[in-house]
Design a protein around this ligand. Structure first.
Ligand SMILES: *Cc1c(COP(=O)(O)O)cnc(C)c1O
Length: 421
């Protein structure tokens, strides 16, 4: 059972929350209570898939039979998180070994399995706008699923060429539209479709929203993997953050009993949250472009969940989550430091690594989340480290494939015509 943060009277089942995405008044769904596992050591000794099923069964409850959850997990997590040692006391939890080489594969794939399971017999259409990583993860997650079409809008020329190859070459039930406009135009078009009765009625629209609870639940699983791999009671986990879904999952893992001492909210100069933690004032500034562009967010949409989980208690927040901010020059320096240690990273992970170096005390072990494969940021990585990073097989396989996207103006009429034909 979940509640709406904006109205705790609105109780909702997990499956309804997955379908709806968001509650009344744009309130986010959250479990009102999280009880810690009492068989923690036993849990930590399980292999990743089995442990993840167990965690998700605990969170979802009776609503979905355990063996069904198990099947969904097996299909969603067809790749593993990998722990790599970077220095004597710092490790990277690599989350980028999925089909689109970013941690978003975990959440998107589990959400797709949930929606597919819920809507087994009628045809639905997932409609979403993307500026990059999310679109790729969503496209691959829904690719080939029965009775589901995915329609993905993105701003033409504003995603990197490799990024575009990753999600616009699939075909089948994945339909991509390159819109002559920016990300906001795409989002506006998506909203207009959801408000259009004809489209809604005919296509059974559903969103693959970034605040969907299924994504969050899936992400809790890999925090336990870090604890299982390192078995240390002084673990500090640094999370490169944008919308703070990842950190929310980390906090939930801690509440479920994962032996994590502290979390670090690591951001680039879009530092609304670190300033809030230090000073207690919520003062978003205009968003600025940085090298870690997936973290260029100044009003993070998951923050209300974090405050809810901490009982809106600022002291508790300061006790559990440490703030960290790195500018691009510090991020590049961190990439170079890691490279000298024999580890190649990219800007998002490097922000989190740099924050760990700053905060880690004696006797503590630090883990930062590797949220994307360094080859996804090849131009930056190559120029900062003066190397030529090879493309992994996932990118090599698509780099010469034709883009299948349909180009269109930001005119909603044109999109509507395509959708209804
Ligand atoms: C989305 C993303 C992030 C930020 O994650 P949030 O959950 O939004 O805080 C960090 N790194 C990469 C590579 C991402 O794609």
């Amino acid at each position: 059972m979940l509640i709406n943060i904006k109205n705790s009277q609105q109780e909702i089942s997990f499956t309804d929350a997955v379908k709806k995405g968001m509650g009344e008044n744009k309130g986010l769904f959250i479990p009102p209570h999280l009880s810690a596992f009492n068989n923690l050591q036993y849990l930590l000794e399980m292999p990743f898939i089995q442990r993840s099923s167990h965690i998700l069964q605990h969170l979802i409850g009776q609503e979905i039979p355990p063996d069904q959850i198990n099947q969904m997990v097996e299909k969603a997590f067809n790749f593993n998180p990998v722990i790599k040692q970077v220095s004597q006391d710092i490790f990277c939890l690599e989350l980028f070994h999925g089909p689109t080489l970013a941690f978003k594969d975990f959440g998107a794939r589990f959400m797709a399995q949930c929606l597919s399971m819920i809507n087994s017999d009628r045809e639905i259409t997932i409609l979403t706008a993307t500026s990059g990583d999310t679109g790729a993860a969503v496209a691959h997650a829904f690719y080939g699923l029965k009775n589901i079409n995915a329609v993905i809008l993105y701003p033409k020329g504003k995603v990197t060429p490799l990024q575009e190859k990753l999600f616009c070459t699939l075909g089948g039930n994945i339909h991509t539209f390159a819109v002559d406009g920016d990300f906001d135009d795409c989002q506006h078009m998506v909203k207009a479709c959801f408000h259009d009765l004809e489209i809604n009625h005919k296509l059974h629209l559903s969103s693959a929203n970034s605040i969907n609870i299924a994504r969050l639940y899936a992400q809790i699983c890999y925090y336990f993997e870090a604890c299982a791999a390192l078995q240390h009671n002084q673990l500090v986990i640094s999370v490169p953050s944008g919308n703070f879904g990842n950190l929310t999952a980390g906090l939930m893992a801690k509440k479920l009993g994962a032996p994590v001492k502290k979390l670090i909210a690591a951001t680039n100069i879009n530092d609304t949250v670190p300033r809030f933690i230090s000073e207690g004032q919520w003062q978003p500034k205009p968003t600025r472009k940085t090298a870690s562009n997936a973290m260029d967010v100044s009003i993070p949409n998951n923050w209300p969940r974090i405050m809810y989980l901490l009982d809106n208690d600022h002291k508790k927040l300061q006790h559990i989550i440490q703030p960290g901010v790195k500018a691009d020059h510090e991020t590049y320096a961190a990439m170079k430091t890691m490279h000298k240690l024999g580890y190649t990273s990219e800007p998002h992970g490097a922000v989190a690594f740099a924050c760990l170096q700053q905060h880690l005390n004696k006797h503590e072990i630090g883990v930062f989340l590797g949220t994307a494969h360094p080859a996804k940021f090849k131009p930056t990585v190559d120029s900062v480290l003066d190397i030529s990073i090879p493309l992994p097989k996932e990118l090599e396989a698509v780099k010469n494939k034709p883009i299948l996207s349909i180009e269109m103006t930001k005119d909603i009429g044109e999109l509507k015509q395509y959708l209804l034909q």
